[in-house]
Every structure is written in C-alpha cells, then in structure tokens.
Design a protein around this ligand. Structure first.
Ligand SMILES: [Zn+2]
Ligand SMILES: [Zn+2]
Length: 354
C-alpha cells in the first residue's frame, strides 16, 4: 500500500512531540478530493492544540497547506476538481452550506454550526496528502510561491478579514496590538496595502520594533515603555489622532484593556487574539457610551477572503516573513513558533516528484 511521510502528535500536553513517520495515503470517497501537499504553515493555534490548550485534536495537525489535486472522487462535478489544480487548505475544512449561518450574507460559513476544523476534527496538513470535500475546495491561482501563500491560509486571511470587519475609511489610523506576531505583522502589511496608516503596538525589545517597521508600520508604540500611557503616546505620535479601529491580535486581556483608550469616536475594537480561558477583560462601559465604540469579533475568513488575501501576495503588496524547514526538523522548531523570525513553513516534498 502506498505510503506518505507524516508528523504524528505524541503526548499532547506540555511535553508534546512529533513522530515523523510513514502512514498509509488516505483513500477518497466519491465526493472527496486527494491533495498532494507541497508546504504547510505551522501556526500558534497548532502549538496551542499540541499543548492541549484547545481540547482534543487530531494526531495530524496543520491548517496552512498548499498543494495540487492528485485524485478526484467519481461523483465530483466542480470545475476546479481536476488533477493538477493548485489548492489551499485552511483552518476551515468543511462547512455545510445549508445552516442559517452559512446562508447569511457576509462570511457566514466561518460560523457554520457544523463546521470542521483542520488538525482538530480531521487530519491536518502536516502530511504529504490530505483529503478535502469537493464542496469546500479552495482552488488557487498559479501565481505566487507556495512558501509565501501558505501563511495566508490562516494567519494572512485572519489579518485581512479583521481589517474587512473593521470596515473603516482608507487613510484612517488603524492600531494593531500584538503587531510583531504571526497575525499582527501580516495585519500591518495588509493595512498598509489597503491604504490605512498603521500604529503597531507590541513590546519585548528592539527586534519586535524592527519587525513592525519592516512590515510597514507608520508608528511603533512599545506598551512596556508607555509612559505616561499608551493613549498619550499615540496622540503624540500621530499629531493628535486616535485610531478608527484597533485589531487586538495579542492573546492577552491587558492588550484589550490598553486598546480601548486608543480608539477615536465611533471607533471599532476588533477581537482576534485569544487570551487564556480564565482571563477576563475589564473596562467601564462609559467609554463605549461616550465614544460610540463598537466591539466585534473576527475569526478566519471564508473562501472568497482567502482568494482576495492571496492576490495581495501575488501582487507583491504583502510578503510574509517565513522560516522554511523540512518536516524532519519539525520538533526543533514547533515549540518556539512565537519566537521565530518569521512564520514557520514546513516543506512536505516536491510535488513534481510525486
Ligand atoms: Zn453551515
Ligand atoms: Zn492558524
């Protein structure tokens, strides 16, 4: 039986590890498609799953895969369901298309009531082969290096979608909290490409500042050195403006609390970063009432968002920083994805050699 190289999660929890081993190539049902993956990103969510912070998961993690179709189920009819078609695999692996959320306007499928997540509910992309349902195929254009498109399948589209959800006038100031992180640094790049002026908020030394400025931030604010306070420093740096929206990409309650006073009248706080389950964000509602502030949560994007986000990379407007490794070296890097100098991208093999 044909075999493939996979990374199997062992000892989910603080002492997790990956066994890089061979496994049988999965077979497909009549309405399924087999994809041979070239690369996959490994993101903070994968690390949280491996550590057991997000409950039980599949033994094959991964949700930022780029590859090509190698087999098509007998009953597939989609135009893109052809051998050789380039496809992407993100966090959402299936949505029903029929529940009220799926049928609602505006990215309803990201809240499908029976959605399936990659690496949690089904085998993820840390394998040479993956199976996708025909109804949730994400065909990609031929342009753009796979290494740069992989991070867009989760981190990139999450950043892009958060900016769409904020829905503020181009030219406005947008704050990105956690701006040096995987999602944050891409949010800074997308914000710049979409015509916003960007305030990057982060902390932890000059390297974080350098990442944000390289990503295109107009202003960098270090929350650890925010004397007298972040709002005053923001007003000083922008010549008197506050932010029309702040995307909180950092997974800390304090980041949410710090973001609120940075918002202008009618400002929007977009929640993206996930603090630990026991965390509570504290604020007085009067700020919301006085300023007309709105809170909105944003998750990953739907398939149209992915295709739009990918175009920014193809056009050279967004260029993710990546650290490219081979699957065999995953254990060395997996535990430190948040400290790397770019998004971790794992090479799964050359598709042309399949
Ligand atoms: Zn649905
Ligand atoms: Zn992710």
């Amino acid at each position: 039986m044909a075999e493939q190289l996979v990374a199997i999660l062992k000892n989910q929890g603080a002492d997790f590890t990956f066994a890089i081993t061979t496994a049988t190539i999965p077979t497909i049902q009549p309405r399924e498609i087999l994809v041979c993956l070239e690369v996959t990103g490994f993101c903070g969510t994968d690390l949280s799953l491996a550590r057991g912070h997000l409950g039980s998961c599949n033994t094959i993690l991964g949700h930022e895969g780029i590859g090509r179709i190698v087999a098509v189920g007998a009953m597939c009819e989609a135009k893109a369901a052809v051998v050789g078609q380039r496809v992407g695999i993100g966090w959402i692996r299936d949505a029903c298309g029929a529940c009220p959320n799926c049928m609602s306007a505006g990215a309803g499928e990201t809240r499908c009531t029976t959605q399936v997540f990659s690496g949690r509910d089904v085998a993820g992309t840390l394998a040479r082969y993956a199976v996708v349902p025909e109804r949730y195929l994400v065909p990609l254009p031929e342009e753009g290096p796979s290494e740069l498109l992989a991070p867009i399948m989760c981190a990139g589209v999450t950043a892009y979608k958060a900016l769409k959800v904020a829905n503020v006038t181009p030219g406005s100031w947008i704050g990105v909290s956690g701006a040096a992180g995987g999602v944050g640094s891409l949010a800074v790049q997308y914000a710049k490409a979409m015509g916003y002026r960007t305030v990057a908020i982060d902390g932890g030394g000059p390297q974080r500042r350098a990442i944000c400025l390289e990503a295109g931030a107009d202003v960098y604010l270090d929350y650890e050195e925010a004397e007298p306070d972040l709002r005053t420093n923001l007003l000083r740096a922008t010549g008197g403006d506050l932010c029309a929206a702040v995307l909180v990409c950092a997974g800390a309650a304090a980041a949410y609390e710090d973001a609120l006073p940075c918002l202008a009248y009618f400002g929007v706080l977009v929640a993206v970063g996930i603090p630990p389950p026991t965390s509570k964000v504290s604020f007085h509602p009067l700020t919301l009432i006085d300023y007309g502030i709105r809170f909105v949560g944003s998750i990953t994007g739907d398939r149209i968002d992915v295709l739009e986000a990918v175009q920014f990379v193809i056009r050279g407007l967004v260029k993710p920083r990546t650290v490219l490794i081979d699957l065999i070296d995953l254990n060395h890097y997996a535990g430190q994805v948040d400290q790397l100098d770019g998004k971790l991208v794992v090479r799964l093999g050359d598709v042309s050699q399949r």
